[in-house]
Design a protein around this ligand. Structure first.
Ligand SMILES: Nc1ncnc2c1ncn2[C@@H]1O[C@H](COP(=O)(O)OP(=O)(O)OP(=O)(O)O)[C@@H](O)[C@H]1O
Ligand SMILES: [Mg+2]
Length: 304
């Protein structure tokens, strides 16, 4: 498969300081890809270089195979982005704002505007003035604007910043839908590991402007993990598990039983408990393994 975005040894020096060190990575159609790193790691700087808001000192960025150095106009045609706060006209309605952007882009029809408004779930409020919008509604309008010209690469710097839990979830589900159903490549940045894990297929860990590693969430979730089982009676469940897995690591807690087990073993464990008439109220995988892995990779706890 051909990558939609390629970074080749991208470097940024400001004054005597190197902000980004020879960053190379590839992002493919249909995936949500994350930039994960603590404050000041270089996420926004990298995004600014990709969309041409900042020049690079050396290296190359290819979008759909087209170099942004050689043919910026053509390369950027494929990109929709929200970097920092999108500029909106507060005294115009959401719809008027979109109309305004549609006039600047080529070939955006009224039908496309309606389609995008529906896509981001703003139908009910689109004819209200932007100054009456909540932060989440503004984020959605920003997203609608970024999507108007049907980009194949969508780049969002901290898209869930300032959103409530319901809003975060909605944006997350929506971005995943765009990637899976429309085949877009979506890039998001965040300093939250838990968010990356829920939103992304893969993510790059960036620290002090360097790429520390690239992780696939699916691979991670298949590794042995801590599982919390809520069962009754607890004692009976403990002895069943001990019998089946002699050297297993487990301990009863207030909420249930914590077990470290291979992902593939979870259904078997469940079937075993049920067949011996233990009531299973819940099996919940805990995200710790990813966090532990992260600390392992970065060799510290510098993430915010
Ligand atoms: N114009 C500039 N001049 C000097 N230093 C800069 C400039 N822009 C960014 N930096 C520095 O580059 C580093 C990376 O900044 P960047 O904004 O890319 O971080 P970030 O990963 O987006 O952080 P955050 O999570 O806080 O948004 C920081 O040390 C920052 O101080
Ligand atoms: Mg930033």
């Amino acid at each position: 498969m051909k990558p939609l975005l390629q970074l080749k040894n991208v470097r940024k020096d400001i004054g005597k300081k190197t902000i980004i060190h020879d960053l190379s990575l590839e992002v493919f159609a249909g995936e949500v890809f994350g930039f994960l790193g603590p404050n000041g790691a270089g996420k926004t700087t990298t995004i600014r270089m990709i969309v041409g808001l900042m020049g690079m000192t050396s290296g190359e960025v290819l979008i759909n195979g087209i170099s942004i150095k050689k043919d910026f106009e053509k390369a950027i045609q494929h990109v929709g982005a929200i970097v920092e706060n999108p500029e909106m006209y507060k005294f115009l309605t959401g719809y008027q704002n979109l109309l305004h952007y549609a006039r600047m882009a080529k070939g955006v029809t009224k039908e496309r505007i309606d389609e995008v408004v529906k896509l981001v779930g703003l139908e009910k409020r689109i004819h209200d003035k932007v100054k009456t919008y909540s932060l989440g509604m503004r984020q959605r309008l920003g997203l609608a604007q970024a999507l108007l010209h049907k980009p194949s690469l969508l780049i969002l710097d901290e898209p869930t910043n300032g959103l409530d839990p319901a809003g975060i979830r909605e944006i997350r589900d929506y971005l995943r839908k765009l990637a899976k159903q429309e085949g877009l490549a979506v890039i998001v940045s965040s300093h939250l590991l838990s968010e990356m894990e829920m939103m992304c297929d893969r993510f790059a860990i960036i620290q002090h402007g360097r790429l520390v590693g690239i992780e696939s969430v699916q691979e991670l979730s298949k590794q042995a993990q801590k599982v919390l089982i809520t069962v009754e009676p607890v004692e009976q469940a403990l002895s069943i598990i001990k019998r089946a897995y002699s050297s297993i690591n487990m301990k009863p807690t207030n909420q249930g039983i914590e077990v470290s087990i291979d992902y593939e073993e979870i259904p078997r464990l469940n079937a075993m408990l049920v067949s011996e008439h233990v009531k299973v109220y819940g099996i919940q995988t805990m995200t710790k393994s990813l966090e532990e892995r992260f600390l392992e990779m970065t060799g510290g706890n510098e993430i915010a």
